[in-house]
Design a protein around this ligand. Structure first.
Ligand SMILES: [Zn+2]
Length: 119
């Protein structure tokens, strides 16, 4: 399985192979696709880079931006009809919140518990 198919299977499994639009019960791999809450595209990449610089003074490279765009928080199982519903293009507040959540999640992966010093 290639990386994209693998990621897709992970998200579909998390979402029980069902569209996550409330009340929509479309199921099955052949009827589903991955929706990006923050869509791929130059404008959004620039937006993310600027926000992270503004909030944290960190300059993300292209790989760092990819990690945010392809993060599982940013991906949702959707049927074709509801895919646009998940797009946060018209909701900057939720998009910013999501960027923050992903940023902290990515940081926490690097976090090593220093322990209490008594062991
Ligand atoms: Zn749906």
């Amino acid at each position: 399985m290639n990386k994209i198919a693998e990621a897709k299977t992970k998200i579909f499994t998390r979402d029980f192979y069902q569209c996550r639009f409330p009340g929509c019960f479309v199921r099955g791999e052949q009827n589903l696709e991955l929706a990006h809450r923050i869509a791929k595209g130059k404008g959004n990449r620039k937006y993310i880079r600027n926000k992270i610089r503004q909030w944290f003074g960190e300059d993300l490279d292209e790989a760092g931006i990819d990690k945010i765009i392809h993060h599982h928080f940013n991906l949702v199982t959707s049927c074709r009809i509801h895919n646009p519903y998940f797009n946060l293009a018209n909701n900057k507040q939720m998009a910013d919140q999501l960027i923050l959540e992903i940023y902290f999640d990515l940081k926490s992966i690097d976090y090593k518990d220093p322990g209490n010093g008594y062991d």
